[in-house]
Design a binder for this molecule. Structure first.
Ligand SMILES: C[S@@+](CC[C@H](N)C(=O)[O-])C[C@H]1O[C@@H](n2cnc3c(N)ncnc32)[C@H](O)[C@@H]1O
Length: 207
């Protein structure tokens, strides 16, 4: 199989499709917001959305009063579209165009959110790079919310092969240092009315 360059892939997706023309589009990222609320810690905690793309999570976090929000994504197109949607509110957000597997955080966050990003990492090296970034970015006691396709979810997302997880296999993937606190199955309805099974899990980074 020929190698697909992830940045080229995602720039092509966001350069050619409208917000609601991708399978993962959500008008309301309700389960993410609920799990983030369960993290506690108030509205001044630093939050990072990994692979936020064009998700409206950042809008909802700002609506809810979170004052220290960062969005990271491989795709500059996606970040530019999200900034345009937010208008002047974009100025209060930190934007990072980077590949999570090659990113070195320059500060720490209390809350890490990832919906449908880790599940694209299929190689041992990139998974371990993701875990390294997570350990560097999230302070002990911090909260980690990760959503992936569930075990009975699709085998591909955006045409790319994905790894599917249960909360337990995801906990195994994160390994020592993270405790699984809460998980939920969520059936996502795509814009073309098909369904996709996701799992959402919330972890605490141990001291
Ligand atoms: C399926 S989309 C999900 C987007 C968003 N989290 C949401 O829920 O709408 C996957 C996102 O991950 C980003 N992405 C994929 N691989 C990445 C990587 N290695 N580093 C950073 N972002 C990545 C893509 O650009 C895309 O925005």
């Amino acid at each position: 199989m020929s190698h697909i360059d992830p940045k080229r892939h995602w720039e092509a997706v966001y350069g050619s499709k409208a917000e609601n023309e991708v399978s993962w589009f959500q008008e309301e990222p309700a389960t993410s917001i609920e799990f983030i609320r369960h993290c506690g810690g108030g509205r001044d905690v630093p939050v990072i959305d990994i692979g936020g793309g064009e998700s409206r999570l950042v809008d909802r976090l700002l609506d809810a009063g979170y004052g220290d929000v960062t969005v990271l994504d491989l795709s500059e197109h996606a970040l530019e579209h999200t900034k345009a949607r937010l208008g002047t509110r974009a100025q209060s957000v930190s934007w990072i165009a980077a590949d999570i597997t090659a990113w070195t955080p320059s500060r720490q966050y209390r809350l890490w959110h990832d919906r449908a990003v880790l599940h694209f990492l299929n190689g041992a090296e990139e998974r371990s790079a993701y875990r390294r970034a997570l350990l560097d970015a999230v302070a002990p006691g911090g909260c980690v919310v990760i959503s992936t396709f569930a075990l009975d979810g699709p085998e591909k997302c955006s045409g790319l092969p994905v790894a599917r997880y249960s909360p337990e296999s995801l906990a195994d993937r994160l390994g020592a240092g993270f405790t699984l606190v809460e998980s939920r199955r969520h059936v996502h309805h795509t814009p073309w009315r098909t369904t996709q099974a996701f799992q959402y899990s919330r972890f605490t980074r141990l001291h």
